[in-house]
Design a protein around this ligand. Structure first.
Ligand code: TPP
Ligand code: MG
Length: 1005
């Protein structure tokens, strides 16, 4: 049966133009295949076919204007699809809902086992201990007879009833200051504790020795001993028992190591035989190849480190979005679900960074049970305690529990177990709760007698509790993070947990084992030298089998390859699939799309006006029709899709939502309706630039972390780009990200009304600082197309480790046809756009970038017609790329004084051309000034230095003196300075254009 295909509800638009017809009569098409592309003044959107079938009539042409209801074509539907279509909307929503229901029930956290509640003896607040006892006995009876789930249900019901009755409920954000997992329920480690202890001792020793040796070479080199000393057990348990490496059978767990614990990872790799003694001796001496980087830097050690973490705060948030991106890949069917985990190590001080905790609610909301944080709470930062007056572990527990995480506190080691069991008064737990971190820190610096007096001494019952213990026994009472049993139990529980992310909050001692030279002391963080006595102490503390002489020589310790320790360590890693960390990539390149996908952008748009943002969105729409590229595109938008005219993507490829869509969207009848789906492709990130950038980094490094090449395109307000997330962009360079960053609404005067905080006149300068960031400021759609196509080829087909920053504007204008042979220049950074040869006596070289090129083109016309000044107009697509070339060539010339001088690309372009250079852009002058050294011509630059402000484009360009009138007047003045023209022309022009010479320089306004 034939069916009409009409224009659906397209929102507020009427009479929109058809810019592409994508079908012809006789075509057999699938449901949702695009029929035509419509374009309003702001965005373009495809109209999909409602059913599958054969096109039997076509009723429109390119250029026609259509509105809602206009007939586009007729289709003879395949039978099954006709019915399908009717039920389509209903079904898709229902299906998503069903899927959600299923996962919801799956995710109900099962209470597996629980120990019985102990009847702790009464506290002073207990007015009726007998009654309390009865309540506790009832609870125990339920646990025993009906199981823990029933007990939990009853408690929750009682609490709800109490709330409705107006009772003030207890604060449940935090739990008592003891381990979350009761001793009876701890899963025991299957490892050989004796051997593991020895291995850990050697790693500790070698890590410290490596830092000390480096500082013997030069005290400039630095390094940290105290951090890894506090975290050694936390890492070792993971390495020996939990973290599975990437290999041909498994994708691998991803571990974000705390930046300044790097020495410990090198020390382990040394025992594993992956790093040599020679390499350890080159810690922090990297300039000649073969050294070890100070911190995890994939750029410097590309086969070892995976994640740059040392700028504190970036690791945690990047890891959250990494875990989310892993689920995205799985839900989109691009990766199989292998139960891979993302582990993230961070310091307790590091949690001060807003980025560290800023996305934890997202992790819970997205049910990222593939994510495990380990916060090493050594109670110290750099200068001193983290919260001397408070308790960081409790504070973090509150934040994470509040956000919906599974929290596992690992506070006390096994030596405390008998004491806690014997504490019939409840006073031990009370004391644990009341001591603040500053005191806990001091106790570990001052010894057993001090702990007896200050900790247990507060209550006679507690003094009694430890009366049979020596001071040494008391000193040995360990903290949870140093107890491999407790750590193992927590990691095991974290691995099993489903439905939410887990945080293991472990209590440790900074500088553990360093004794008087830096255990739990405020100066520990900076400690990088240990004298002979300290080293001997450290050796003895961990029983490292080295002679005094060897200790004095700071020798490393590595047992024989056949020793039980090395055999054990290697066997453990073999069982877990290989070594960690290790960086590799098995991804396949994506074949670059055929030329014709971009061909339409090479032609003139005629009278039709559009912005480069629109052109880019159209390119992306076209790319979504390419079978190689389409599934790999990851459009990332920080809730500005409508600003950039990208709402057409919602319906077309869906917004990723792990729970699908549980509601019918308000605009469900419209073509661009807000469609959330589990297999959605768009990452609609909400208002978080840090989050969106973290998503981009996850996608941009998927080629190494997931062995799949992805093409992330993150589009943002350019002003909220590099200057907001500059540190992430730097880390992205380190991580060798591949993808596109699009600074939209770019340029200081192009984004008119928005004002000072929105108008970007410097993002390109910031981009230029990142060595592997390639950046462009194109003016015309064909430039954008050439640049984007080359980006796809270089990054995703040729696998170059670079990323692109491209600015796009929202100013509408018509676009000319690509000049013959311009491609090479567009990519190198400049090409001759036009020559004005009207037999003028004087010549200038006029350079422009972004929309200000258009002012230059207009100025050239005036100069030619009114003043007889001829010009060569250069479209500069990238001052940044030109500078890179200029610098390199200049250096080569300086290194080879006896060779013939090599020419930079700028020189090649300009050498046979006359006249001074006038360079203009919508950015600060230093942007165009960058190329000044690479030409011997007189050089004048105009730019938008100063704070922006809201006004019309015309007024803003006048204010910043980059409009055509200023370009004309300043050019005439420059020609006067160069003695190529009398000064009267310039003076007349200043008058003619009402240029106020008394106006202050814009940076002062
Ligand atoms: C963004 C950032 N700011 C400052 C530093 C310098 N820094 C390195 S370690 C450190 C203290 C870290 O304390 P914590 O997170 O508690 O780690 P610990 O060494 O105690 O495990 C500081 C301030 C940094 N690396 N990154
Ligand atoms: Mg700390």
């Amino acid at each position: 049966m034939a069916q009409n295909i009409s224009v659906p509800d397209i929102g507020d638009f009427d009479s929109v133009e058809i810019i592409e017809v994508l079908i012809k009569v006789g075509d057999q098409i699938n449901k949702d295949d695009p029929i035509v592309t419509l374009e309003s003044d702001k965005s373009s959107v495809e109209v999909p076919s409602p059913i599958a079938g054969k096109i039997i009539e076509l009723n429109i042409n390119v250029g026609d204007k259509v509105s809602k209801g206009s007939l586009l074509a007729k289709i003879e539907g395949d039978k099954t699809d006709l019915k399908e279509e009717k039920d389509f909307k209903k079904n898709s929503i229902l299906a998503e809902k069903k899927a959600v229901k299923k996962t919801d029930t799956e995710n109900i956290t099962k209470v597996k086992s629980v120990k019985k509640v102990l009847d702790q003896s009464s506290s002073k607040d207990d007015v009726d201990p007998l009654e309390t006892k009865e309540w506790i006995e009832s609870l125990n009876a339920v646990i025993e007879n009906d199981g823990p789930s029933r007990a939990s249900y009853l408690l929750n019901r009682v609490v709800s009833e109490a709330y409705t009755a107006g009772l003030v409920l207890p604060d449940t954000r935090t739990t008592p200051y003891i381990n979350t997992i009761p001793t009876e329920l701890e899963v025991k480690s299957p490892g050989d504790q004796n051997i593991e202890k020895k291995i850990r001792a050697y790693i500790r020793w070698n890590a410290a020795a490596m830092v000390v040796r480096a500082n013997k070479v030069s005290s400039e080199l630095g390094g940290h001993i105290g951090t890894f000393a506090s975290a050694a057990t936390l890492y070792d348990v993971g390495m020996n028992h939990f973290w599975r490496a990437k290999n041909k059978d498994f994708g691998g767990d991803l571990i974000y190591f705390q930046g300044h614990s790097a020495p410990g990872m090198y020390a382990r790799a040394f025992l594993e035989g992956r790093l040599s003694e020679k390499q350890l001796n080159r810690f922090r001496q990297e300039v000649d190849a073969g050294g070890l980087s100070s911190y995890p830097h994939p750029w410097l050690m590309p086969k070892f480190w995976q994640f740059p973490t040392v700028s504190m705060g970036l690791g945690p948030i990047m890891a959250i979005y990494q875990a989310r991106f892993l689920k995205y890949l799985i839900n989109r069917g691009l990766l199989k679900d292998e139960g891979r985990k993302i582990w993230v190590f961070l310091g307790d001080g590091e949690t001060d960074e807003p980025e560290s905790l800023g996305a934890i609610s997202l992790a819970a909301r997205e049910k990222l049970d593939n994510l495990i944080f380990v916060v090493n709470c050594n109670l110290q930062r750099l200068d001193g305690p983290v919260r001397g007056n408070g308790k960081i572990i409790q504070e973090l527990e509150g934040s994470f529990r509040g956000a919906g995480w599974n929290v596992l506190k690992v506070i006390w080691g096994s030596y405390w177990d008998p004491l806690l069991k014997a504490d019939k008064t409840g006073l031990l737990m009370k004391r644990m709760n009341e001591v603040v971190d500053g005191e806990y820190q001091a106790m570990k610096a001052k010894g057993g007698a001090y702990v007896r007096e200050k900790f247990f001494g507060k209550y006679p019952e507690l003094i009694e509790l430890v009366s049979s213990m020596t001071d040494n026994d008391i000193w040995k009472l360990n903290r949870g993070g140093h107890d491999p049993h407790k750590v193992y139990a927590a990691y095991h529980a974290a691995m099993q947990h489903q439905g939410s992310p887990t945080v293991v909050i472990a209590k440790t001692v900074k500088g553990y084992g360093m004794g008087k030279s830096g255990e739990s002391m405020n100066t520990t963080h900076q400690q990088k030298k240990l004298d002979e006595q300290d080293l001997l102490y450290y050796r003895d503390r961990f029983n490292v089998p080295l002679t005094d002489e060897q200790v004095k020589n700071i020798e490393y310790y590595k047992p024989d390859e056949n020793s039980e320790e090395i055999k054990y360590l290697k066997e453990r890693r073999k069982q877990l699939g290989g070594f960690i960390p290790e960086r590799s990539s098995l991804s396949k390149p994506i074949k670059a799309p055929p030329k014709d996908i971009f061909e339409s952008f090479m032609k003139s748009t005629g009278d039709k006006e559009m912005s480069t943002t629109m052109a880019l969105v159209r390119m992306l729409t076209n790319l979504l029709r390419d079978k190689n590229v389409a599934p790999r595109l990851v459009p990332i938008i920080p809730d500005e899709a409508r600003t950039f005219g990208m709402e057409g993507f919602f319906r077309k490829i869906g917004i990723y939502a792990h729970e699908g869509q549980k509601y019918e969207p308000e605009d469900s009848e419209q073509l661009s309706s807000y469609k959330e789906t589990k297999s959605g492709q768009v990452l609609e990130e909400g208002i978080t630039e840090a989050g969106a950038m973290s998503s981009w980094i996850a996608a941009a490094t998927a080629y190494t972390n997931h062995d799949i090449e992805m093409i992330p395109v993150y589009i943002f307000y350019s002003m909220f780009g590099f200057q907001r997330i500059g540190d992430f962009a730097w880390a992205a360079g380190d991580a060798q990200a591949r993808g596109f960053l699009i600074g939209a609404t770019a340029g200081r005067t192009t984004l008119a009304g928005e004002g000072l905080q929105h108008q970007d006149g410097h993002s390109h300068i910031l981009a230029s600082m990142i060595p592997n960031c390639v950046s462009y400021d194109p003016t015309f759609s064909y430039e954008m197309a050439v640049i984007f196509r080359e980006g796809l080829r270089r990054m995703h087909e040729k696998n170059e480790n670079i990323f692109y920053y491209i600015t796009a504007m929202n100013e509408n204008y018509s676009h000319p046809e690509k000049p013959e042979g311009a491609d090479e220049g567009i990519l190198k950074g400049m090409y001759l756009f036009k020559e004005n040869r009207n037999k003028g006596k004087i010549k200038i070289q006029l350079m422009g970038s972004g929309t200000i090129l258009r002012e230059a083109i207009a100025a050239a016309k005036i100069l030619s017609e009114d003043y007889g000044v001829d010009s060569d107009i250069w479209s500069v697509t990238s001052f940044n790329e030109l500078r890179k070339d200029g610098m390199e060539v200049e250096r080569r010339n300086l290194l080879n004084p006896s060779n013939k001088k090599e020419k930079s690309y700028i020189e090649e372009c300009l050498e046979k051309r006359d006249g001074p250079v006038i360079a203009v852009s919508d950015y600060v002058r230093s942007f165009s000034d960058q190329i000044r050294p690479y030409t011997d011509k007189a050089f004048y630059s105009l730019g938008t230095d100063g704070f922006g402000r809201s006004d019309t484009r015309k007024n803003l360009r006048k204010f910043f003196e980059v409009d055509k009138e200023h370009i004309v007047a300043y050019t005439l003045s420059a020609l006067a300075k160069e003695q190529l023209l009398g000064s009267d022309s310039a003076e007349k022009a200043f008058k003619k254009y009402n240029i106020d010479k008394k106006k202050a320089f814009p940076t002062k306004l």
